[in-house]
Design a binder for this molecule. Structure first.
Ligand code: RUQ
Ligand code: CUA
Ligand code: CA
Length: 647
């Protein structure tokens, strides 16, 4: 009987059997080592065809000797923090299990936590004069965390919004967004990276700046002038204070920007440029055979700003310096260095040994390795051409995008067109570039399913890159999961890179569509489980609880202690502007309450010792049960108060 046609109990039997044998094999192969999986992959490479590759890859997953299974009740070794694309949020995933731990609303509204509904979250998101949200959409691509001493310090993460050019900061202790900044005179804010050290004072060996690249050229200022002459439009590189989240300065560049990387010594930031042509349509953005990776000399830029040698654009007060080629002809005073790289590059990544930036070609099958020591030399006037900073440019496959590292000298680049991840050796690539014909650059290619965008490795963006896991964020999942209608999930594939060969160990689904992420060792993250009530200036305490009225402004100060709110009856009048402030007085970990008000579009939660508030107009009369939405107690359903609006 064709096994694919089996249904019902018989099929179930098979599933049970295959799960059992997979578990059996896992424990056995943990002893036997990695040989079996390796052979499986080698075999699939010889077959070549995608169908064969897919079948072998699933065999490899079963044979995943190096993968650690996370049993019920066990905790993961890593957090993955990812973006969510045009979902507008950030996400927290446990690895290697792939468990979704949290969704962090940032630029999107979220009616579970009340993000975009409470006064506090609206203040962070930004409102119009009438109090409504300025934006309700967002497009998050890149999540990167704060550094100290070349590795994560567990303070903050940042995530970009490409739609409205905003940078958001997320506290890592509460995993909540606490600040959002809109960049002036910028459109298509895509790449973002925190610095890792101060460029001048090496004692400041932690993140104090966040750099932001902009993809789209726009009129400067974008106020309706120059609409029909895109040759006059420009793109700006922005620097934001990590602490205050203010925009500190901007640099006008030739061409556009895309991804951003920063050096470990704090001296340089760089962005790949696919539109060095300053083109306004597709053909013109692909005219040049080479595009560039533009490097920014942070110390010189800041000295120039300090000396007052800047302009401002439109109503923005942010200092803007000129980083265009014409103004930076002398390397010894230049703010920028444009290094020619492969055509329409995508992605620039810093190697964990702090020596190189790798920029991928996208339309060129190459990765360009740029030596940061030579970049410094160019800025000192010691090199003839920016291109002299390139120390390798291996051909690695079709459609190379992003590169991750294992801390052992190997790079892993996603190949969008080949639907593969290629592992290659940086030193071998450098030797080959110098003329060593025997250098073995490509170590291995593994099929991923399908069309990978970003890949990222465990601690791979730090000096503590540990070479354990690589996540391949694939843009198409096609046949990898049960079909769920026209919109497929994305496939996040976990690859074990700890052995000599890469092994695909898990397929995880992701709701559309995460781009980039970071994998952080769990000990780096120190979360807070219970708030401090005094962190909230508007906390409601027994002595302030109750209703106060000033004209038609009514303030309801409410407390929650499971399973009740402090007021069983709340009375207001039709036409009142009502503010409800709710403080959760429960101190028990995990004891969260909700607060929903039917027909008034109110819903939010308060975590232990947290305070939140909402303001709305009581514009229709009636009796409304203000009730708890978050299961908190055996009497959770009974946790409700009468909210009465008198006609
Ligand atoms: S991007 S698939 Cu938005 Cu980082 Cu490269
Ligand atoms: Cu309080 Cu449910
Ligand atoms: Ca181009």
């Amino acid at each position: 009987m064709d096994s694919s046609k089996k249904a019902g109990p018989e099929q179930e039997q098979d599933n049970v059997a295959s799960v059992a044998s997979r578990r059996g094999f896992l424990s056995k192969s943990a002893v036997l080592g990695l040989a079996g999986a390796t052979l499986g992959l080698a075999g699939c490479k010889e077959e070549g065809g995608k169908g064969g590759a897919s079948a072998s890859a699933s065999a490899a997953a079963k044979e995943a000797g190096g993968a650690k299974e996370i049993a019920p009740g066990q905790l993961d070794d890593y957090y993955a923090f990812t973006s969510a694309g045009h979902g507008g949020e950030a996400r927290v995933i446990g690895l290697p299990s792939g468990r979704t731990l949290k969704r962090i609303p940032v630029f999107n509204m979220d009616c579970m936590v009340g993000w975009g509904i409470t006064n506090e979250s609206k203040k962070i998101m930004g409102t119009k004069a009438d109090g409504s949200l300025k934006y309700t959409t967002g497009d998050t691509h890149h999540v990167h965390a704060s550094y100290k001493n070349g590795t994560y310090d567990g303070r903050f993460m940042w995530v970009n919004d490409k739609i409205h050019s905003r940078l958001a900061r997320i506290r890592m202790d509460t995993m909540e967004c606490d600040k959002i900044t809109e960049l002036p005179n910028v459109m298509g804010f895509h790449g973002m990276f925190p610095d890792k050290c101060d460029p001048v004072d090496s004692k400041i060996n932690y993140t104090t700046r966040v750099f932001c690249g902009a993809e789209f050229h726009i009129p400067l200022p974008n106020d309706g002038h120059d609409l029909n002459d895109p040759s006059k439009w420009g793109a700006l590189f922005s620097c934001v204070s990590a602490e205050t989240m203010e925009v500190l300065w901007q640099v006008r560049v030739d061409g556009n920007m895309d991804l951003v990387a920063t050096s470990y010594d704090g001296k340089f930031a760089a962005s790949n440029q696919y539109n060095t042509e300053n083109g306004a349509d597709l053909p013109s953005m692909m005219e040049s055979e080479r595009d560039a990776c533009v490097f920014f000399h942070i110390e010189r830029i800041e000295a120039m700003v300090k000396a007052g040698k800047f302009t401002t654009i439109g109503s923005s007060k942010v200092p803007v310096v000129d980083g265009r080629k014409a103004a930076n002809a002398d390397p010894k005073t230049a703010l920028t260095c444009y290094v020619p790289v492969g055509k329409n590059p995508h992605g620039v990544n810093a190697s964990p040994d702090a020596k190189y930036f790798v920029c991928s070609g996208k339309l060129s099958p190459t990765a360009t390795v740029i030596d940061l020591g030579l970049i410094a030399k160019w800025f000192e006037g010691g090199l003839k051409e920016p291109r002299d900073t390139v120390v390798a440019e291996p051909e690695i496959g079709l459609g190379p995008l992003h590169t991750a590292f294992d801390g052992k000298g190997n790079a892993y680049t996603s190949l969008f067109l080949d639907s593969q991840c290629v592992k290659w050796n940086v030193d071998a690539a450098i030797a080959q570039f110098k003329g060593d014909k025997k250098a073995k650059v490509i170590i291995e290619k593994i099929d991923v399913h399908y069309q990978p965008g970003h890949n990222y490795s465990s601690m791979g963006e730090t000096k503590e890159a540990d070479g354990k896991y690589l996540n391949s964020g694939n843009k198409f999942s096609k046949d990898r999961f049960l079909p769920v209608g026209p919109l497929h999930p994305e496939t996040e594939q976990l690859i074990d890179i700890s052995g000599a060969n890469m092994k695909l160990v898990a397929d995880h689904t992701a709701y559309s569509e995460p781009h980039d992420g970071i994998i952080v060792r769990r000990d780096v993250v120190k979360t807070r489980q219970i708030y401090n009530m005094d962190d909230f200036p508007n906390a409601v305490k027994p002595e302030t609880a109750g209703i106060t009225r000033e004209g038609n402004k009514v303030h309801v100060r409410l407390m929650s202690i499971a399973p009740a709110y402090s007021m069983p009856i709340i009375k207001v009048k039709k036409g009142d502007e009502v503010t409800i402030t709710l403080t959760n007085h429960d101190k028990v970990e995990d004891l969260t309450h909700g607060c929903a008000l039917p027909t008034y579009n109110i819903n939010f939660i308060v975590n232990p010792q947290e305070t939140k508030s909402v303001t709305f107009k009581a514009d229709h009369a009636g009796a409304f049960w203000l009730y708890c939405t978050h299961f908190c107690h055996a009497l959770h359903l009974e946790m409700r108060s009468r909210f009465l609006v008198e006609a």
